[in-house]
Design a protein around this ligand. Structure first.
Ligand code: GDP
Length: 181
């Protein structure tokens, strides 16, 4: 089955987003405490695709050696995923573009792994500020990329962006079925 991976810095709102997408509040555990999602979790959605919950990166209090372990882990995951269609990189809409996220996107690009960006916690900003933050992000990305990747604006607490993300995934799955037939 096709696989879609969700990844981002600790505390970015990944568990909440996964809960929103799967509409099952108890599925992925959320917490105010960063760094809680440690292992890779797979969720079967609609019996036709897998949502893969990857560990959060960039937790400030993590030692250098465990950062290495994390890198190896992530590299291994992405190196051996034939079913992976797209990775969703989550970024907090309130933050200015962070080097760790940009580096990670760069790494995905260099390794030929398609990705989209999911902006989280959009309820925390006014529409105008959202637009500005997204534009800032686009401008930084355009310094290294010829195109801006697909992106989604979401809020798990206000239930925003769910249909956009799920519709996008369904569209990709349908295209693959058409190609396979
Ligand atoms: P994870 O570590 O990336 O899995 O992040 P969590 O889903 O556990 O969320 C981290 C914190 O951000 C928690 O306190 C959540 O309640 C909060 N949070 C997550 N998503 C949203 C959102 O869309 N809006 C707001 N206002 N807070 C959110």
């Amino acid at each position: 089955l096709p696989e879609y991976a969700f990844i981002g810095r600790s505390n970015v709102g990944k568990s909440s987003l996964i809960n929103m997408l799967t509409s099952r509040k108890s599925l992925a555990k959320t917490s105010g405490r960063p760094g809680k999602t440690q292992l890779i979790n797979h969720f079967l959605i609609n019996n036709n695709w897998h949502l893969v919950d990857l560990p959060g990166y960039g937790y400030a209090r993590v030692s250098k050696s465990s950062k290495k372990v994390f890198q190896k882990f992530i590299t291994q995951y992405f190196g051996s995923r034939e079913q992976l269609v797209t990775a969703f990189v989550l970024v907090d809409i309130r933050h200015t573009p962070q080097p760790i996220d940009l580096e990670f996107m760069q790494w995905l690009g260099e390794n030929g792994i398609p990705f989209s960006i999911i902006f989280t916690k959009a309820d925390k900003l006014r529409p105008q500020a959202i637009e500005k933050h997204v534009d800032d992000y686009k401008n930084i990305l355009l310094e290294t990329w010829v195109e801006v990747p697909n992106y989604f604006i979401t809020s798990s607490s206000k239930d925003i962006g769910k249909d956009d993300v799920l519709g996008y995934i369904d569209g990709l799955n349908e295209n693959m079925n058409l190609e396979a037939n």
